[in-house]
Design a protein around this ligand. Structure first.
Ligand code: CTP
Length: 399
């Protein structure tokens, strides 16, 4: 099985070109350092008009290179030496001018020369005015760079420093770091469409009250992220949660179990894999009051009716995708999990203790399949998600 964890990142070259987003590159340098990555910053002359080399030197604890003609420790070979042994060159921000230069293979300053002479991957995070980004010349340059195998990160859309609004904002530093890590994950789910459910559901009693549970959605969102990192086309059907949508994931927000079932059933036919992580309510109020229910002195009873079992419904279809369930059990985790797996006819079920898993940042699970029970060590939910993606990929039918 290919290891679905990202290849380790030991050292990157961070290229900074001239643009107001250069101030965000300082935060990116800090995040790399915090993640244990050595950062060699190379600035263009224009970049130094926005942020000083001293800022980056202080953040990275390493010298900052700006000059093609400085004969440093490498006997005037800095233009080649700096990128040797690096895990990648990340240019953030990448100005319109720098993208043009890269697209044409020009090498007239230290950073462009390093990019041309590199052996490692090159990732660029464009940052520019919306008109510059949409200009035909930039479109052509970006298409050329993508065709040359350069990874284009973003840009995002929104308010710009110039006062205009639109595409061209540099991605936030954390998003760039996440994208660099994602680029190093083996693409074990390339070409696969993965559908997931995550989070709780909310079953209304009246306009302001309802029945829900303590699911945070973290495990399902981590799995959606890990599947996208592994190259899958991912759709995430999410119950009510405040979590941010992972990069590259198509999100469908729903509230109730019935809405979640509709959203899943509308998309399941085109999916290769269905992973049901949501804590779907098993019952909902039989009657939803149109107006707020008023308080009365006597005890109150709410009649409940069962909801549809989304996972069992999908798994029972004639052409079912590869179905993965989760089982939250408060006792006899493996025994009850295996009974659930057989009852719902699942190829794979991830069993855990409900009291440990719900809302926590880490989890300890046992994978159940036709060959038996496979216990995994406790790990944080993203590491676990990446591991589970590898386990799913290894179990998929070969064709
Ligand atoms: N599930 C579902 N639709 C439901 C209930 C559960 O798709 N209406 C899925 C969950 O997403 C999970 C699996 O079924 O992948 C098992 O959920 P769990 O709550 O552990 O089990 P239940 O089937 O609800 O059984 P019980 O509550 O009796 O343990």
């Amino acid at each position: 099985m290919a290891d679905p964890a990202p290849a380790p990142l030991a050292r990157v070259v961070l290229g900074v070109t001239g643009g107001i987003a250069a101030y965000k590159a300082a935060e990116l340098a800090r995040l790399f350092v915090k993640a244990g990555v050595a950062v060699d910053v190379v600035m263009t002359e224009a970049a130094t008009r926005f942020v000083t080399p001293t800022t980056f030197q202080a953040l990275t604890g390493r010298p900052v290179a700006t000059d093609l003609w400085a004969s440093g420790a490498s006997n005037a070979m800095d233009h080649i030496a700096i990128s040797r042994g690096a895990d990648g060159i990340v240019v953030a921000p990448a100005s319109a001018d720098f993208l043009a230069k890269l697209a044409h293979g020009r090498a007239d300053d230290l950073l462009s020369t390093l990019c041309l002479a590199r052996e490692c991957p090159l990732l660029v995070a464009p940052a520019m005015n919306v008109q510059m980004w949409s200009n035909a010349a930039t479109r052509r340059n970006v298409a050329q760079l993508a065709a040359n195998g350069v990874a284009i990160l973003g840009p995002a859309s929104g308010d710009q420093a110039c006062g205009e609004i639109g595409d061209g904002r540099m991605l936030e530093a954390q998003d760039i770091l996440d994208a660099v890590v994602a680029s190093r994950v083996p693409k074990v789910l390339a070409g696969k469409r993965v559908l997931l459910t995550a989070g709780p559901t909310f079953e209304a009693i009246d306009p302001v009250r309802g029945i829900t549970n303590t699911s945070s959605g973290k495990m399902g969102f981590a799995l959606a992220r890990a599947a996208a990192e592994a190259g899958a086309d991912v759709t995430l059907v999410a119950g009510p949660t405040a979590l941010a949508t992972p990069a590259g994931v198509d999100r469908v927000d729903v509230v109730s179990a019935a809405e979640m079932a509709d959203a899943v059933l509308a998309r399941v036919d085109r999916s290769h894999v269905f992973v049901a992580v949501a804590a779907v309510a098993d019952y909902r109020p039989a009657q939803v009051h149109a107006q707020k229910v008023k308080k009365k002195p006597e005890p109150m009873t709410i009649a409940l009716e069962p909801t549809v079992d989304i996972l069992a419904t999908v798994a029972a279809r004639a052409k079912a995708p590869f179905c993965v369930g989760f089982a939250a059990e408060s006792q006899d985790v493996v025994k009850l999990g295996e009974e659930k797996r057989r009852r719902k006819k699942l190829a794979m079920l991830v069993a855990n203790r409900a009291q440990d898993a719900m809302g926590a940042d880490d989890n300890e699970v046992t994978i159940l399949d036709d060959r038996g029970a496979h216990a995994l060590p406790r790990m944080d939910k993203l590491a676990l998600a990446r591991r589970l993606v590898g386990e799913i990929a290894a179990r998929l039918p070969k064709r």
